[in-house]
Design a protein around this ligand. Structure first.
Ligand code: IPM
Ligand code: MG
Length: 354
């Protein structure tokens, strides 16, 4: 197949991990008879420095014209909360312009990484959950303003916004273990009460075989650590999804190994590792590229329908790590970690083998 991919390295370790993701992409390109055309575009803090805008018009146009977008990470101390122009709004604008309202964040625990997690290894057996985080609504996108000494952030959700993301969760749950935990704060928030109502109706009417449970977000934060293997699909709003996925990432041992896909109504998607730009280690070539490599796998699966290639990459990452390839974030104490490039090499070697 032929596809156009917009590549946004971004800031910090973004370009380093994206480079490894692209090597892996290229490794499955020719053997599969595919043709991926890459367009590298400025985005985030580096785009603010060069163009005065985190999402310059030609970057947005390139992303809208592409079949998929691969993103590294954005942000850094140079563009902190007091900077005149910050990179985060550019990411929100990109998500919104692409219409990618459903953010898929799978959390699985590779057996080889059970001791890398800060939790007891026996708690980590059999974890296989998929967060479906609403990505283009809620408090992230509400009006923000100040009046005198008071600040306001508006949170709103419409029926249609909840319906469409619930359908994505319903479809995904049907292909998995058939359970959805819908997380909200309906004992306090009106938007949460609407989430409960609408998600229940959509799932009952359209996905009757799916088992739905509702859970308050505070309780979910606890149960994610107490009985993580009970979760299958977790459906939640933008802000709660942001917080809970960082929490759940600790089950996997490192934020560095986790991918994400943001999808809308068509096949075009935005793919990014869930970690940030890690300015403290940027430029040192030691970041873990596995989250990005696995995001490439999600791109092949969800945007291009290349399930076999996606599964091969996922297996290659798992085998490389099981075979002892460890960047600093997942290396055992007293062992010498490998570099970003060497981790890419290890995955490529597994791909070539298998
Ligand atoms: C994420 C990030 C972003 C978010 C930030 C960088 C705006 O934390 O993708 O989880 O909050 O959505
Ligand atoms: Mg986050």
């Amino acid at each position: 197949m032929k596809a156009r991919i917009a590549v946004l390295g971004g800031d910090g370790i973004g370009p380093e991990v994206v480079a490894e993701g692209l090597r892996v992409l290229q490794a499955v390109e020719r053997p599969g008879g595919h043709e991926f055309t890459l367009e590298h575009l400025p985005f985030g803090g580096t785009a603010i420095d060069a163009h005065g805008d985190g999402l310059p018009p030609h970057t947005l146009a390139g992303c809208l014209a592409a079949d998929a977008v691969l993103l590294g990470a954005i942000g850094g101390p140079k563009w902190g909360p007091s900077a005149p122009v910050r990179p985060e709004p550019a990411l929100l604008r990109l998500r919104s312009e692409l219409g990618v309202y459903a953010n898929l964040r799978p959390i699985t625990v590779m057996p080889a990484l059970r001791d890398a997690a800060p939790l007891k290894p026996e708690l980590l057996e059999g974890i296989d959950m998929l967060f479906v985080r609403e990505l283009t609504g809620g408090i992230y996108f509400g009006r923000k303003w100040r009046e005198g000494s008071t600040a306001f952030d508006e949170c709103r959700y419409s029926v249609a916004e909840i319906e469409r993301v619930t359908r994505v969760a319903g479809r995904l749950a049907t292909a998995r273990r058939g359970k959805i935990t819908q997380v909200d704060k309906s004992n306090v928030l009106e938007t949460s009460r609407l989430w409960r109502e609408v998600s229940s109706r959509v799932l009952q009417d359209e996905f009757p075989s799916v088992t739905l449970e509702h859970m308050l977000v505070d309780s979910a934060a606890m149960h994610l650590l107490r009985r993580p293997r009970d979760f299958d699909v977790v459906l939640t709003e933008n802000l709660f999804g942001d917080i809970l996925t960082d929490e759940a990432s600790m089950l996997a041992g490192s934020l560095g190994v986790l991918p994400s896909a943001a999808l809308g109504d068509g096949r075009r998607g935005l793919y990014e590792p869930i970690h940030g730009s890690a300015p403290d280690i940027a430029g040192r070539g030691i970041a873990n590229p596995c989250g990005t490599i696995l995001s490439v796998a999600l791109m092949l699966r969800h945007s291009f329908g290349l399930e076999a290639e996606a599964a091969r990459i996922e297996a290659a990452v798992e085998h490389a790590i099981a075979g002892g390839a460890r960047t600093a974030d997942i290396a055992a104490a007293g062992t010498t970690p490998i570099s970003t490039r060497q981790m890419g090499d290890a995955v490529l070697a597994e791909l070539a083998r298998g």
